[in-house]
Ligand binder design. Structure first.
Ligand SMILES: CC(C)(COP(=O)(O)OP(=O)(O)OC[C@H]1O[C@@H](n2cnc3c(N)ncnc32)[C@H](O)[C@@H]1OP(=O)(O)O)[C@@H](O)C(=O)NCCC(=O)NCCS
Length: 181
């Protein structure tokens, strides 16, 4: 994971709305855990699928999941619920994109509005045919909400890099002191 390179100035920016998408899915009996509610991993797969679709659409080609963080489950999802997974590019670097995802559930037996049941942030790296990172179009936030998400994503990016750097430095220090795991 490199430190920040500037976005490629030769690539035209794309608005957030150009790649935003929603993936919808009805939960079935095969999606359950031992409690009879939907398994968290099933939701995580949908989150990764929706975010991957957005990353591919924004970058105009293949993109791989580099990380998933802050996956939050707020409420259980039940069999029969119609789940909507909403994803958009929050922020772009040189070759990476942070995709924000919100998970909503429409209860099969209630005529209430869809309820937010989870959220996550994923980083995707756009890759070429050899699997090497390639430059992506900068994202152009369009609304105040997009701009807030862009600013918050930049904070998360700074923290990810700082955390990784601190851990690498600690490992190097321990190795230099002859400590073995
Ligand atoms: C993600 C991957 C392409 C990064 O390759 P790399 O050789 O480390 O390349 P870089 O260090 O230049 O990273 C490329 C970009 O991804 C970002 N990145 C890499 N690892 C990251 C991580 N763990 N978290 C967040 N961002 C990350 C880098 O910051 C960089 O962003 P930028 O270009 O916008 O500044 C590579 O690690 C990979 O192919 N991983 C496997 C991905 C995969 O198969 N996913 C599906 C799992 S089954």
């Amino acid at each position: 994971m490199t430190d920040q390179l500037p976005p490629d100035p030769a690539i035209e920016a794309k608005p957030t709305s150009a790649s935003r998408t929603t993936l919808s899915h009805i939960m079935t009996g095969s999606d359950t855990n031992l409690l009879g509610t939907v398994h968290g991993g099933v939701i995580m797969k949908l989150v990764d699928d929706a975010a991957g679709a957005v990353a591919g659409r924004h970058s105009g080609g293949p993109a791989v999941t580099a990380s998933m963080d802050e996956m939050v489950f707020l409420e259980p999802v039940r069999v029969g619920d119609l789940v909507h997974v909403k994803a958009q590019v929050n922020w772009t670097g040189r070759s990476s994109m942070e995709v924000g995802v919100r998970v909503l559930a429409e209860r099969w037996n209630e005529s209430t509005p869809a309820q937010q049941v989870g959220s996550a942030y994923l980083v995707f790296a756009a890759v070429d045919a050899e699997g090497k990172p390639r430059a992506v179009p900068p994202v152009r936030p369009e609304t105040e909400r997009d701009r807030r998400r862009h600013q918050e994503a930049q904070i998360r990016r700074t923290h990810r890099l700082a955390r990784r750097r601190a851990i690498m430095e600690l490992r190097e220090r321990r190795a230099a002191e002859g400590m073995q795991d």
